[in-house]
Design a protein around this ligand. Sequence first.
Ligand SMILES: [Fe+2]
Length: 353
Amino acid sequence: MKAKDLAKPGTMLSRRSFIKAMGYSLTGLIGLTNTPRGLLNQTSYNTGKPPIIGPSKMSYVVLPDTQYYCSHNNGIFQRMTQWIVENLTTYNIKMVLHEGDIVNDPTRIRQWEVAKEAIDNLDRNSIPTLLSLGNHDAVTIRNPIDFRRYFPVSRYSVLEDRLRSISEYGTYEGHPENAYLKQEVGKHNFLYLTLEFAPRRSVVEWARKVIEKHSHSFVVVVTHLFLYHDGSLSGARHPHNASLYGLTDHYTGEKLWEDLISRSSDIKVVHSGHHVNGPYSAVREGHGVNGNRVSQQYANYQDMYNGGDGWMRMVTVDMETWESKVSTYTPYGDEWSSDPLENFNVNFDRWVS
Ligand SMILES: [Fe+2]
């Protein structure tokens, strides 16, 4: 979302008031089933809470756009990462991904400091993180100086040494906006890959080689712009598409799906955020050219009160059955979402890594 288009904090609509303003017609209008919180009946409240998990399961957490937590400096980003630290064992959390738009104004040092304080808490507790570059995280998207300064690639070598669960990491041209972390969990390999905002052709080629090199891994891709809130892949027809940011060499979500995501049997999930002008969550389930299931998930709560009210996502994978549970939680409101777009199961194809 372009900075100039952003509503001022005082004018933001909460999820509930947004739906009310739409006369509750949004669901039927676009075929999505996001339920306004507060309208849920008592029996469904917090039923999205996942069970405490056993040794055959692992989780990773996805942080949606945190830009307003940083510009408001309201402490919510810190509460989110602190919850992860406190629940590391309960949910066997192995990785934290960030969808990008970490900060709102990349020229404001204070916003980077707020973000760094929140992420540093994960670093101190030996929780690996892979951060995506959002359009708000750089004055010049292809040269994100401050993103590289505050979250340099050197973080990954430190994590590799200290955690040992990161068996390998790599980057494109040495920069953190295109990077991967390889992680061994039990006897399985997980590969987490972040791609820059609307990646260049050469980056997509690099990503393809990385995935091929680590074949039979459970691959999770995170990139800021991929799926829109209406559940469609990003393209030139959408508002806030990549061409509006002065990028010539870039892949849309549609092209990324066609040329990379759908062609790999190993890519299981793609996470993205970026633009919100309706529901805060969307899911698109597709099948690659080899028939494999790919879960594509959009989540972005930035237009809710307090810059998102602390909502974040957790994906729990059963490494025996490959059934997975997607949960959404806010430590700010201490609530697990029961919304079917935020609380659902994905049965990944069985395969042996
Ligand atoms: Fe964005």
